[in-house]
Design a protein around this ligand. Structure first.
Ligand code: BYC
Ligand code: FE
Ligand code: FE
Length: 480
């Protein structure tokens, strides 16, 4: 296996050969550590050793290793996937030209925006999840939480590396601001909607990693097509880590569904009795899906977007697996969209309209995302079927509960039918988790469960442990 630079900042970008850059990043590092200690996992920083995976290189086989570390000592590194020889621009107006190793002056601003927006989500998610350790269902689960958290920290490093290397003074300022904004803060909020929403319990956490981290996967796939090669290479490497985050979410909910199904059978299908027995009823799971799926859909931006058209035209942000398309220029095609029109009297009518395909690139990406989510839902429904239940979970309509794009500001039920505001207000608690639902889940998740052999009652144990270890392995321990 290749040996990589293991200095203060582990990297495979020859940092030691660029003193200025190295110094700039080494100056940012203590500010990052301060942020991590302040805003990272609360209560587990000083004395807890966590069995964590750390990225150490880019070889397909040996790219990471596992060891017990205290989180503030985690080795956050900078790794780019191997350069692809003679890589060419895969889409847009510069299709077939050589990719860029340097930042083109004319795309400096849009690229900076994309990189800052991507970077901002990473620390935001850590902030959102910082108190969950105090109510974990098991030592296996808390390890996974921390694994996700440290890797989101590394994803911030990945973006800060690009800002420092290519954007000079502006980039350094942006890197500082990435540590100053705070999730949910009124004065200095994080940039995108979902990253200011509270993650109050472990059902939220699993829905977050299922749906919001999966937006991450699709955005990273789109950025990995970029003509700006350093962005492409760094996002390709981030995708390796991302897979585990979505695994945590998808299997987490599958395990909850498993326990709920078992209790439903025992309680003859009565949701209230499932709650009384200490489980989470399917209705609450469905509402949580509705909430986080719709928040994730907002992250793709508007259905009709001139930003998206420009990103595509200029080769900055592409489509998932661009090489599988026949037409990489995508100038003449159209996308059919249900556009809402408000009639006299206020009723909403959906009209099918054609949008130039480049302007619909956010929607094209969202479609790929929705398909992937549906695959996950099918897996959860198989768990219900296995228990002999006829109940099924489903994704709400793309129009439901939207705050961005053409459906924002209007109201639709989960099936996508327009409803008026009074109906929305009256039925909202049937569709997304209510205060009461959150209180209930909180009552199941009051304290952390730390005995290796124990597991929260409301969730089934996982099928297997991490890194070939048993499920009841001591993944987190207090320093001797
Ligand atoms: N909230 O044409 P529009 C991840 C803004 S997740 C607030 O609709 P565009 C992770 C937009 O910025 C992946 N504002 O959108 C997951 C614009 O602002 P201005 C993160 C929003 O530009 C879990 C205006 O609305 N990566 O990695 O085509 C844990 C109209 O713009 C929202 C990226 O997002 C929103 N939801 O697309 C950890 C990739 N949506 O110009 C990590 C980089 C839109 O009026 N970002 N706006 O000020 C992008 O590609 C694009 O910025 C977006 C928006 C897809 C987000
Ligand atoms: Fe990330
Ligand atoms: Fe992630």
């Amino acid at each position: 296996m290749k040996q990589y630079d293991q200095g203060k900042i582990p990297n495979n970008v020859n940092l030691s050969e660029d003193r200025r850059l190295q110094r700039a990043l080494e100056r940012w590092q203590p500010a990052y550590i301060d942020w991590w200690k302040d805003m990272g996992p609360s209560g587990f920083q000083e004395h807890h050793l966590v069995y964590l995976r750390t990225a150490i290189g880019t070889d397909a086989k040996g790219w990471a290793h596992f060891e017990y570390v205290k989180m503030p000592d985690y080795r956050w590194g900078i790794f780019l996937s191997e350069a692809e020889a003679n890589r060419q621009i895969g889409f847009g107006d510069f299709y077939g030209e050589e990719v860029w190793q340097e930042l083109p002056g004319e795309y400096r601003n849009p690229l900076r925006r994309l990189i800052v927006t991507q970077g901002d989500t990473e620390p935001a998610s850590v902030e959102q999840q910082r108190f969950l350790g105090q109510s974990c269902p098991s030592i296996y689960d808390i390890r996974n939480l921390f694994q996700v958290n440290v890797e989101e920290g590394r994803h911030l490093w990945a973006m800060v590396y690009l800002l420092h290397s290519f954007f000079g003074r502006d980039g350094r300022d942006e890197a500082e601001e990435l540590l100053e904004r705070r999730s949910g803060n009124e004065d200095k909020p994080r940039i995108l909607g979902a990253f200011n929403e509270p993650v109050t319990n472990w059902l939220d956490f699993f829905a977050f990693t299922m749906f919001i981290d999966r937006d991450g996967k699709y955005q990273l796939l789109a950025l990995s097509e970029s003509a700006f090669d350093p962005l492409s290479r760094t996002t390709r490497f981030m995708l390796r880590e991302e897979a585990h985050h979505m695994f945590v979410g998808e299997t987490g909910i599958a395990r909850i569904v498993d326990r709920t199904a078992q209790l439903l059978k025992e309680q003859k299908g009565v949701a209230e009795d499932v709650r009384k027995a200490g489980g989470i009823d399917l209705e609450t799971i469905q509402k949580t899906i509705n909430l986080w799926f719709s928040l994730a859909l907002d992250l793709f931006g508007s259905e009709i977007s001139s930003n998206a058209a420009t990103y595509f035209a200029n080769g900055l942000k592409g489509r998932v697996n661009e090489r599988d398309y026949d037409d990489h220029v995508a100038k003449d095609d159209a996308y059919r969209l249900q556009v809402p029109h408000t009639e006299n009297g206020g009723a909403i009518r959906l009209v099918s309209e054609e949008i130039p395909i480049r302007n619909a690139m956010n929607e094209v990406l969202r479609d790929d995302y929705v398909k992937d989510c549906q695959r996950g839902l099918n897996n959860w429904n198989r768990v219900l079927a296995k228990h002999g239940l006829s109940d099924r979970l489903k994704l709400p309509s793309k129009r439901f509960h939207r705050n961005q794009g053409i459906y924002a500001g209007l109201h639709f039920d989960p099936e996508g039918n327009p409803v008026d505001e009074a109906t929305w207000n009256r039925r909202r608690d049937e569709w997304v988790p209510s205060e009461e639902d959150r209180k209930f889940i909180g009552s199941l998740q009051k304290t952390a469960i730390f005995e290796p052999d124990q597991m929260g009652y409301w969730i089934a144990p996982p099928k297997r442990g991490i890194d070939g270890k048993p499920v009841n392995w001591e993944y987190v321990r207090v320093e001797a």
